[in-house]
Design a protein. Structure first.
Length: 263
């Protein structure tokens, strides 16, 4: 398929806003094959969950499974796509990118809002060249719980120590409003991708429809990313899960973090 091309205006928008809405990157045919496999894996891996009303705020927001590329050749081929990895490198201005990890985020019908938060509070790498590809597997309206971003918030440092929680929701909702950030309110056609930086403040609304909001994410880091010298307890958990064996200040190059694109 034809590769989505990043131009200087798109790169400038991403650098300014901390996110970019890439339209018509993937075809319906590609996504339909992939989503069929992903739904089957998710159903098998997320059985016996408690009812929504008995879950925490975090678990009401979405059902999450990581490193699905290890569980299916079809999923692996999708996550390892060189055209998507090159898109990540191009928009960040990196020479190449490694995989950090993938994760499926399924917001069930009636699922709750995803609190305001930043992603990179969890991540143990010493670089700002990180990004998440948020790939909806259906046309996604605001009523289903699309992502919204505080434009330019990745350039600020307030609240960066806060994990996703009721507390992050309270802090960032006030901070975004009081600071006067413009908030994106995009909806997504099938084939669109949302790309956001690791420190961009974002949230998603509840799923007010009668169908699941199914999303696949791929998280990339620059291929020269190194492990932080000192890790928070949360970052140590992520290191053990997604960069096992990596050492402080050394290049992250474990078997779970292959280079997916290099110039």
């Amino acid at each position: 398929m034809k590769r989505f091309m990043i131009n200087s205006e798109m790169s400038a928008q991403y650098a300014r806003d901390g996110y970019f809405h890439a339209r018509k990157v993937l075809t319906a045919a590609v996504l339909n094959v992939f989503s069929k496999e992903l739904r089957q894996k998710m159903a098998a891996l997320t059985q016996n969950q408690p009812p929504l009303e008995e879950r925490s705020t975090y678990k009401r927001a979405f059902t999450q499974v990581t490193n699905l590329w290890q569980k299916s050749d079809i999923i692996r081929d999708f996550v390892f796509r060189a055209d998507l990895a090159q898109l990540a490198a191009d928009i960040m201005g990196a020479n190449g990118v490694r995989l950090y990890h993938d994760q499926a985020l399924f917001k069930e019908a009636g699922g709750g809002a995803t609190p305001w938060h930043v992603d990179q509070v969890y991540w143990p790498m010493d670089t700002v060249n990180t990004c998440t590809f948020w790939i909806p597997l259906q046309k996604t309206t605001a009523e289903m719980g699309t992502l919204s971003f505080a434009k330019g918030s990745h350039l600020k440092v307030e609240g960066r120590e806060m994990v996703i929680s009721d507390e992050s929701e309270a802090f960032f909702s006030d901070w975004v409003r009081e600071s006067g950030f413009e908030v994106s309110r995009d909806e997504f056609e099938l084939g669109d991708i949302s790309i956001h930086a690791g420190w961009t403040v974002h949230h998603a609304g509840p799923n007010q429809t009668d169908r699941n909001r199914e999303v696949m994410t791929i998280i990339y880091m620059a291929d020269d990313a190194r492990l932080l010298k000192r890790l928070s307890p949360t970052q140590a958990v992520d290191r053990d899960a997604f960069t096992p064996g990596s050492q402080p200040a050394e290049l992250i190059s474990t078997s779970l973090n292959p280079v997916l694109f290099s110039r």
